[in-house]
Design a protein around this ligand. Structure first.
Ligand code: PLP
Length: 391
């Protein structure tokens, strides 16, 4: 059966059951409890009349792709889903589908560095234009609309300052102005937020992070409206950023534990954020679960959990940050996030190093800011480790 024809999200009611069972082939292949890897570039011709229906890895329709599409769509109660070779393949292919030469995009100023780079450095060569918006100030958006504005793009929780935009207004504004609403939901994961349930047209993920959760593959996903997912699939079929079946198998396996991982990470991150906030060496903690977060109430209303990401500044500035990162023993100094192991990084040197120092300053991303991706280690051990590193 073609992905488009399968009904999704209706068979299982709750997220953890969908995580384990949605997408499973029926009947099981030779009774295999774990869906095997179909490591075959092409499949026998079966009379397909449409290019996009030929069974071929690049055309995103091997059994491993199809199972993942169904599982991911079910997780966010969406009509359809597509996996891609990376989060950036999901983002770039979606944007290049929704926008054509001459079109204009409204996009949140606080963005993952790679997306910021794509828009600021590559858009012009595709004949596309954009305006940055303050995603927390809906009043300011109208004046930036142009006749050729096609879409509005935000992140659920911004990287690395953990801001929570006015997501309800983004959906309402898109509907009122005939725009496609797009959201990068990587930081929240479907455990904490499911954009299609709130009216977003497209939810994008770097599955490299929470969805896979084991820091061993690069992958992405587009989840949302069936018509858009089909258009994006055709674009991806042409551009070629398709996920290899072996990586698809690993993602399919990794995602089954998403619920237990992310709920634990939510709890652990909140405890760490509270500990850091009270510590005398810490100047500021960014975490939406803290009452001190400027949009704590909004996060409480929108999300089922506050996530495993936090960032903070030390009173001693850059030197103190560097010392903290040398002394901390459990978090691994590495970019990326969402895995079982805690990671720490200074975004100015990694995820946001492509931005000019002036742009980073304007957005409030200091050189000393430390971002933590909280893993699934015992919380007590992390607290103890942070405590000794701060001393
Ligand atoms: N979106 C966010 C929020 C990210 O943090 C990242 C990567 O760090 C991406 C997208 C890009 O994902 P990938 O590295 O899988 O291409």
């Amino acid at each position: 059966m073609k992905t488009e024809e399968r009904s999704v999200g209706t068979k299982y009611k709750h997220l953890d059951t969908k995580l384990v069972h949605a997408g499973e082939p029926e009947p099981r292949i030779k009774g295999a409890v774990s869906l095997p890897i179909f490591q075959s570039a092409m499949f026998e011709y079966a009379g397909e009349t449409n290019y996009h229906d030929l069974k071929y890895i690049r055309l995103n329709n091997t059994p491993n792709h199809v199972a993942l599409h169904e599982k991911l769509a079910a997780l966010e109660s969406a009509e359809a889903a597509l996996v891609t070779a990376s989060g950036m393949a999901a983002i770039s292919t979606s944007l290049l589908t929704v926008l054509s030469h001459g079109d204009h995009l409204l996009i949140q100023a606080h963005l993952y560095g790679g997306t910021h780079d794509l828009v600021t450095k590559d858009f012009a060569s595709f004949g596309l234009s954009y305006d940055f918006i303050d995603a927390d100030d809906p009043e300011s958006w109208k004046s930036k609309l142009r006749p050729k504005t096609q879409a509005i793009y935000v992140e659920t929780v911004s990287n690395p300052l953990l801001q929570v935009a006015d997501l309800k207004s983004v959906v309402a504004f898109a509907k009122a102005n005939g725009l496609v609403s797009m959201i990068d939901n990587t930081f929240a994961s479907p455990v904490n937020f499911r954009p299609p349930e709130h009216g977003f047209d497209l939810s994008l993920h770097s599955c490299t992070k929470y969805l896979n959760g084991h820091s061993d593959i690069v992958a992405g996903a587009c989840i949302g409206r069936r018509d858009l997912i089909q258009e994006i699939t055709h674009k991806l079929n042409h551009l070629g950023g398709s996920l290899d079946p072996h990586a698809a198998f690993l993602l399919y396996r990794g995602v089954k534990t998403l619920g237990v991982r992310v709920r634990y990470q939510n709890e652990s991150a909140l405890k760490l954020a509270r500990f850091l906030e009270k510590h005398s060496a810490v100047a500021k903690v960014n975490y939406p679960g803290l009452e001190s977060h400027p949009r704590h109430q909004r996060a409480r209303e929108l999300f089922d959990g506050f996530g495993g990401m936090l960032s903070f500044e030390l009173k001693g500035g850059l030197e103190a940050s560097e010392r903290f990162m040398q002394k901390a023993k459990i978090p691994i100094p590495a970019p990326s996030l969402g895995g079982v192991e805690s990671l720490m990084t200074r975004p100015s040197t990694t995820s946001h190093s492509g931005m000019s120092p002036e742009d980073r300053k304007k957005l409030g991303i200091s050189d000393s800011l430390i971002r933590i991706s909280v893993g699934i280690e015992t919380t007590e051990d992390l607290l103890e480790d942070f405590d000794q590193a701060l001393k």
